[in-house]
Design a protein around this ligand. Sequence first.
Ligand code: NAD
Ligand code: MG
Length: 381
Amino acid sequence: MKKIAILGSTGSIGTQTLDIVRDNPDLEVVGLAAGSNIELIEKQVREFKPRLVSLQSEKACEELKIRLADMDVEIIPGMEGLIAIAEMEESEIMVTAIVGMIGIRPTIAAINKGKDIALANKETLVTAGHIIMKLAAEKGVSILPVDSEHSAIFQSIHGENKDRISKLIITASGGPFRGKSREELKNVSLEDALKHPNWSMGSKITIDSSTLVNKGLEVMEAKWLFDMDLDKIQVVVHPQSIIHSMVEFVDGGIMAQLGAPDMRLPIQYALFYPDRRPMSGKRVDFYELGSITFEKPDMDTFKGLRLAMRAAKAGGSMPTVFNAANEKAVSLFLNKKIRFLEITEIIERCMDAHKIIENPDIDSILATEQETYEMISKKYM
Ligand code: NAD
Ligand code: MG
C-alpha cells in the first residue's frame, strides 16, 4: 500500500490524481487539502477516508466539520492544515496540486519529513528551486515531475547518463492565441483566453498558457528539476501537443515522449515511478493524426516568455517577482479588472522596479512576493 497526501485535491490535477487512486487499489489517501470547495471535498472524504483534511478558511472548516460529523477525520484550516498534511507520519508521497507560491512552505515541510514529492505546483520551484532541490538532495527525497513536459523529459532520460544531455526541448501548444498579432490581442476576452486548444486545466494555468507565461515558468522549472543551464533549454511550439517534450544527447540523438494529451499519465508515472501501470484512455492514432508541426515561439507578441527568460537569467529574487506579479495580474484578469495585454505589462513594470536579492531565503522570497503584490494593489485595486 502506498500512502499519499494531496494538496489541491478539488482542482484539475487533484481530481485526476484521485481518478488514478480509484484505478489503483494499492494507493491509499491519508490527507487532502483544498481551497474552498466544501461540497467536493466532503464527497472526497466520504469516498477516500483520509485521516486529515484542510480547507483554506476557518469558516469553511467549521462547515465541513458539521457535514462530516459522522466521520472520523481531523480538519485543520489554512497554512497550519497544509503543513500538518505535509508532515503526516504515515504519508510517503505528497502530490502538490495547489496553485501558486502558497505551496512553498508545505513542500519544504514535507521534504524535511522525508516525503517524496509528485510536483505539479511549478510556482514553488520557480521561486524557491534553489532551496527545494538542495534540501531534497540532502534528505534523499525524490522530486517527481507531474507537469507533462517535465514528465516527458524525465521519461526520456530514464536509464541515460545525465552528463550526456546536450539540450532539453520543451514543447508548447502556443495556446489559444497562437498566430495572432499584438493588435489582435488588445481586445481578446477572458472567455477567449480560457479556451485552451488541447488541455482542460485550472483557470490560472489556462491563462498562463495563453500568455506563454506558463512556458516561461516551465523553462525555470526544468532548470531546477534537471539542473540544466538556461542556454541548454529550448522552447518549440508544437500545436498538436502529441510530443510532450524531448531531450537531445551529445551524439545528436533525440529521445521524446509522445501520447494523447492526458494529465493522468504523468500523474500516474510520478506515483509509480519507475513502474508503468496500465491506463485506459485515448491512444495516439498516427493514421488519423497525419502530421505534426513545429514553430519558433513568437516572443515579441507573447512577451510572457521573453520576460520569463529575462527573470531566469537575472536569477536571485527576480523569478519571484515575475511569478508573483503574474499570479496577481492573472487574478485581476480573471476578475475582469484588467485587459489581456496588461498581464505582461504589469509583470514587466514590477520587474523593472525590483532590486535583485541574490540567493534569497524563504523569508525574502515571501517578502518579495508581498512587495510585488503591494506594488500592483496600489495601482489596480
Ligand atoms: P486548479 O485551480 O484546478 O486547482 C487548484 C487546487 O488548489 C484546488 O483544489 C484549490 O481548491 C486548491 N487551492 C487553491 N488555493 C488554495 C489555498 N490557499 N489553500 C489550499 N488549497 C488551495 O489548478 P490546477 O490546474 O489543478 O493546477 C495546480 C498546479 O498544477 C498549478 O501549479 C499548475 O501550474 C500545475 N499544473 C497543472 C496542470 C493541469 O493540467 N491542470 C498541468 C501542469 C501543471
Ligand atoms: Mg506543462
